[in-house]
Design a protein around this ligand. Structure first.
Ligand code: URA
Length: 433
């Protein structure tokens, strides 16, 4: 196999064979194909796409580029969830303990955030002492004891994806459906759970900007999971608006705790119950209606919150912070952003709000940036809310006072006002699988 010929073939829009894809991934992982040739191939895929068969073969080759986790001791009950990433997305913190309280087995690996989409691992590390790097044995033992563990992505799982994703990130080839689908699903399949629920975000704060593109990505991932014998479903959800009010690590953890204590914002609660009940339906093999009732009961009875406390404590975190979230630190500088006009909010660019939070210190500009756990934005007004000039629209939290003016201006720029009444946008567009 000559890499030059594969690039030429894909450039002409022809299909690569399974053998060609497997050899290419094996050799790239081993360092035998240079980045410049692989990035050229990625760009050809970006423009020419891949058939379902090629996408399946690419995913499979990436799964087999490293180790896979064996969760067979949990039978069919192991279940994972993945969000394609969005602003204010703290759903794992809520969904995982609800599912575990219902009898599902959540053995999950999560990423760190890059840019404005915060990672679950960063959020969990807001709890002093919380350990996100358990050994494989510690991980399985905790899942056995508690029904739930979340750790950082293991480097020995799907190493081809790690190399490819880093390359795509700097060669403008991230936003390709076959490449995103194979990247996400290779990690999920290698992580070994029997069921997978995907939250595919759609809108200005997401990779997929339209419901049609999000649907295509969701369908591709569900097909890959199903073809690998995993029960797989996807929810397509709105990311034109940040989820909940909090954007930033400790702020998001506090909001997640509010939901687990039966409060919190309605949109966040609704999407969490939708994701959790799909996970319970697949992992506990329950009819959809029964799964819905069971998840709601777990949340309302306090069982999910009790599971959350147990989980934080099991992983070395101080669970007293869950009882009393005022123990989390507070940013030194807190400033209000005031409405400059009367009106109703028509739209809010989630991407801009995420960038404002990043400027304040809540996100990473590069892989090595250090996150400030207490920095971020509390977005108090959202689309369909009516405000008067001078009302507080958002609160900015930071240790860097020099960033406040730019972040405040960015929040105001992100909002579109109207004098008409505004219908709330849908939160969930579709469920697939
Ligand atoms: N998340 C991933 O893991 N991979 C992608 O390609 C995009 C988002």
């Amino acid at each position: 196999m000559r890499m030059y010929e594969l690039i030429e073939k894909k450039k002409q829009g022809l299909e690569l064979t399974g053998d060609e894809i497997r050899e290419m991934i094996t050799r790239y992982t081993a360092g035998d194909i240079p980045d410049y040739q692989m990035s050229s191939l990625m760009m050809a895929v970006y423009f020419r796409g891949m058939s379902d068969r090629e996408t399946f073969d690419l995913t499979d080759a990436m799964v087999h580029s490293g180790d896979t986790v064996d969760l067979s001791m949990f039978g069919d009950r192991s279940v994972d969830k993945h969000s394609t990433g969005g602003v204010g997305d703290k759903t794992t913190l809520i969904v995982a303990p609800i599912v575990a309280a219902c009898g599902g087995i959540v053995a999950k690996m999560s990423g760190r955030g890059l840019g404005h989409t915060g990672g679950t691992v960063d959020k969990l590390e807001s709890f002093p002492g919380f350990c996100t790097s358990l050994s494989p044995e510690q991980f399985t033992a905790q899942v056995q004891r508690c029904g739930l563990a979340v750790i950082g992505q293991r480097a020995d799982l799907a190493p081809a994806d790690k190399k490819l994703y880093a390359l795509r990130d700097v060669t403008a080839t991230v936003e390709s459906i076959p490449l995103i689908a194979s990247s996400i699903m290779s990690k999920k399949l290698a992580a070994g759970t029997r069921s997978i629920v995907l939250d595919v975000k759609c809108g200005s704060g997401a990779f997929m900007q339209t419901p049609a593109a999000a649907k295509k990505l969701a369908e591709t991932m569900v097909k890959i999971g199903t073809a690998h014998g995993r029960r797989t479903a996807a929810v397509i959800s709105n990311m034109d608006i940040p989820l909940g009010h909090a954007i930033g690590n400790a702020l998001e953890v506090r909001e997640a705790i509010e939901v687990l204590k039966n409060g919190g914002p309605d949109d966040l609660r609704e999407i969490c119950l939708t994701l959790a009940s799909l996970m319970v339906e697949l992992s506990c093999k329950l009819p959809a209606e029964k799964a819905k009732v069971r998840t709601k009961e777990a949340l309302e009875s306090g069982k999910a919150f009790a599971k959350f406390r147990e989980w934080i404590g099991e992983q070395g975190g101080n669970a007293a912070y869950a009882d009393d979230p005022s123990l989390f630190g507070k940013a030194k500088y807190v400033a209000d952003v005031l409405a400059e006009q009367d009106g109703t909010i028509l739209a809010c660019d989630a991407d801009q709000i995420g960038l404002a939070a990043m400027v304040l210190g809540a996100g990473r500009q590069t892989k090595d940036s250090v996150i400030d756990p207490n920095a971020g934005v509390l977005l108090l007004k959202k689309p369909a809310d009516t405000v008067k000039k001078g009302d507080v629209i958002a609160q900015l939290h930071t240790e860097r006072p020099e960033t406040l003016a730019a972040a405040g201006a960015q929040i105001l720029n992100a909002l579109v006002f109207t004098q008409q009444s505004v219908e709330p946008q849908p939160l969930i567009y579709e469920i697939i699988g």
